[in-house]
Design a protein around this ligand. Sequence first.
Ligand SMILES: NC(=O)c1ccc[n+]([C@@H]2O[C@H](COP(=O)([O-])OP(=O)(O)OC[C@H]3O[C@@H](n4cnc5c(N)ncnc54)[C@H](OP(=O)(O)O)[C@@H]3O)[C@@H](O)[C@H]2O)c1
Length: 228
Amino acid sequence: MATVLITGTNKGVGLELTKIYAARGDTVLAACRDPNAAEALNRVAGSVEVVGVTVGDNNSVAALASSLEGRAIDVLINNAGTSGPARDQQTTFAMDFEGWADAFNINTMAPVRMMQALMPNLRLSGAAKVMTVTSQMGALSLDMAAAHAYCATKAAVNKFMRLAALDLKKEGIAVGLVHPGWVKTDMGGPHADITPEESAAGCAAVTDGLSMENTGGFWKWNGEVHGW
Ligand SMILES: NC(=O)c1ccc[n+]([C@@H]2O[C@H](COP(=O)([O-])OP(=O)(O)OC[C@H]3O[C@@H](n4cnc5c(N)ncnc54)[C@H](OP(=O)(O)O)[C@@H]3O)[C@@H](O)[C@H]2O)c1
């Protein structure tokens, strides 16, 4: 059975991913910022260890890594994400730069921060995978002029993880990106296309399919290859 660390597990796609891996019998290190407030997460059955971490903070991530020293992690899923500033404050004409920086920290830098801090744990696995939940809005091929700051944070994480896949090939660590769909969560809103359960099932299947043969890939939740 695998050990899977997932970020942003208190709600949305991350919570459903936690349920899926726990139901399979895997051990889930379910990361969120406030474990005491994560009521639904604390009720998930199975081998779930709820761990507190603020993925946007170097010291917090370092403390998590030190608490996990010596433990192999087979799958890291960088799922925590934010939509950034208010829609009318992330346009061509108006920008909340502080909010953009915060979104960049969470959506782009935190996945890298987590991957680097947990590299010793990933190496212990022998066949580790790093999957980052990105967005179609980070695809340069999608011309949808909305949420410019958010789009830029996801485009940046796509590029970084594509490069990381090259670097980690020689270590046998596979790196991938998945667009989870337009999902009925706090972020996606009630009118979105799919449920968090459907999205998470797809993202888990895509993660199952990630290997050294297709490392560096970008997929949709339904398994289709996503254009860059
Ligand atoms: N929903 C969609 O339609 C959609 C579409 C494309 C991509 N995505 C991506 O899918 C992933 C999951 O999103 P979701 O739809 O499940 O959204 P969600 O229900 O809003 O959950 C977002 C998760 O990220 C965490 N998070 C947000 N800001 C944070 C911060 N500053 N520091 C630490 N953690 C933070 C949240 O924790 P708190 O509760 O503590 O804030 C929560 O666990 C995200 O990466 C998102 O960009 C979603």
